[in-house]
Design a binder for this molecule. Structure first.
Ligand code: VGL
Ligand code: ZN
Length: 192
């Protein structure tokens, strides 16, 4: 089965942070409801001794993407703030690799590969297939998955464990990902 978890697979949990979930400053609807599914995937990768990566949006207080600096988003995920913490109930393994992104004031970065050691970490562990979960489908999940495809990884987007800012652009994002070679799958196909 082409979407199976192989010995050269890793899981990435994209930006499952308080500010992106219900009650946060930039809530993505559906964020809270995917937490238990993300946990199931984390457990499956952990049980197989496979790498789990968690990315986090980690902005300086004056980040260019904030409305306060002329950008499109309300201030969110300020490094070290409560809103930037991983959402309550998310069960990450002790040896999770945390990747912080968009840490420079003047640079937006939706992809977890941009200016981070993610590609290096995955290469070092021999990872070939990347399973993608988290938020937002239409921004950071999309750009992270597209970059992974460009870098030559096999990419499986776990559609029952992602949530987007808008339904319409999330659907478009998934279509674009498929056009670029990503596979879409759910727990019924992947977890068994
Ligand atoms: C994100 C908007 C702004 C994301 C990050 O994680 O998808 N979206 N910053
Ligand atoms: Zn951001």
């Amino acid at each position: 089965m082409k979407v199976g978890i192989t010995s050269r697979s890793a899981l990435i949990v994209v930006d499952m942070q308080k500010d992106f979930c219900e009650g946060g400053s930039l809530p993505v609807s559906g964020c809270s409801s995917i937490i238990s599914k993300v946990n199931e995937y984390v457990e499956a990768f952990k049980a197989r001794g496979l790498l789990v990566v968690a990315s986090r949006d980690w902005h300086p207080p004056n980040h260019v993407s904030f409305t306060t600096a002329g950008g499109p988003w309300p201030p969110h995920c300020v490094a070290g703030s409560e809103g930037a913490e991983f959402v309550e109930g998310l069960l990450l393994p002790e040896d999770v690799v945390v990747v912080s992104k968009a840490t420079e004031p003047g640079m937006e970065a939706y992809s977890a590969f941009t200016s981070t050691p993610l590609h290096y970490v995955l290469s070092l562990r021999g990872v070939r297939r990347l399973f993608v979960t988290g938020v937002a489908t239409d921004y950071c999940v999309k750009e992270t998955a597209l970059e992974a495809l460009r870098l030559g990884y096999e990419v499986v987007v776990l559609t029952d464990a992602v949530a987007g800012v808008s339904g319409e652009t999330s659907e478009k994002a998934l279509e674009e990902l498929v056009v670029n070679g990503a596979l879409l799958a759910t727990g019924e196909e992947v977890l068994r």
